[in-house]
Design a protein around this ligand. Structure first.
Ligand SMILES: Nc1ncnc2c1ncn2[C@@H]1O[C@H](COP(=O)(O)OP(=O)(O)OP(=O)(O)O)[C@@H](O)[C@H]1O
Ligand SMILES: Cc1cn([C@H]2C[C@H](O)[C@@H](COP(=O)(O)O)O2)c(=O)[nH]c1=O
Length: 208
């Protein structure tokens, strides 16, 4: 089962992702952009681009997408074949929401969100469950510390609008969690959501 954590910078994804290691010690934990144990030079290239305020938005989209393609074949698909629970801190929805927003500012691509979704259609795997940590852009930017070009409240407002569009299109996949709550409350809610989804998945698999 593939579970993804999504939300604005500073919404608390990594805090939750780290805490879930203790709850699901046998799961495969991974991230996008890739880094650490599941990292690659593609992920390193993405982080270089994040630090480059003049990076070309289309080139940046394809760097992120290259990292995703490699992540799928090297980490996600083998883990799913082993029947692991896979928990990814960010995944394709980040691309749809963030690069959708960047390309809207850029202006070269009409219907940027649809364009980014479209380039994934032929090869990507949709998550079974996406937990969306919902936070207003101002709090998100303040928590994230505005350390890179994405962590600005104005930009995060259009990223959040894109997440809302994605949720409207696929409400069954997303579960919204109020990320303004204290960390322990957010974690408890995420744990409940995850436990129910795993129970449901087990029941469905048992029925086959
Ligand atoms: N529920 C919460 N309430 C208040 N502060 C929080 C909460 N969750 C996390 N934080 C704090 O906010 C900051 C950002 O948290 P975290 O790194 O988990 O967010 P993130 O969504 O992974 O951000 P990014 O996408 O930028 O990596 C950290 O200082 C963290 O301690
Ligand atoms: C996967 C992905 C990420 N981003 C952005 C979001 C963040 O500002 C940075 C790095 O992510 P982290 O969680 O803070 O490590 O990259 C993006 O724009 N597009 C993506 O596909």
């Amino acid at each position: 089962m593939l579970v993804t954590l999504e939300g604005l910078d500073g919404s608390g994804k990594t805090t939750v992702w780290e805490a879930l290691h203790d709850v699901y010690p046998d799961a495969t934990f991974t991230t996008e952009p890739t880094s650490g144990e599941t990292g690659s030079w593609y992920g390193e290239a993405v982080y270089r681009s994040i630090e480059d305020d003049g990076a070309d938005p289309l080139a940046e989209l394809f760097l992120y997408t290259a990292d995703h393609a490699d992540h799928l074949s090297r980490v996600i698909e083998p883990a799913l074949e082993r029947d692991d629970l896979v928990i990814s801190d960010r995944y394709s929805d980040s691309r749809y929401a963030y690069q959708g927003a960047t390309l809207a500012e850029d202006g070269r691509i009409t219907r940027p969100l649809e364009y980014v979704v479209g380039i994934h259609r032929a090869f990507s795997i949709e998550p079974d469950l996406t937990i969306y940590l919902d936070l207003d852009p101002e709090t998100a930017a303040a928590r994230a510390g505005t350390t890179n070009k994405f962590e600005r409240a104005e930009y995060l407002t259009s990223v959040r609008d894109n997440y809302e569009r994605l949720i409207d299109r696929d409400p069954a996949r997303f579960v919204r969690v109020d990320a303004t709550q204290p960390p322990e409350v957010v974690l408890e809610r995420v744990e409940d959501v995850l436990a129910s989804a795993l129970e449901e998945d087990e029941a469905d698999t048992g029925d086959e």
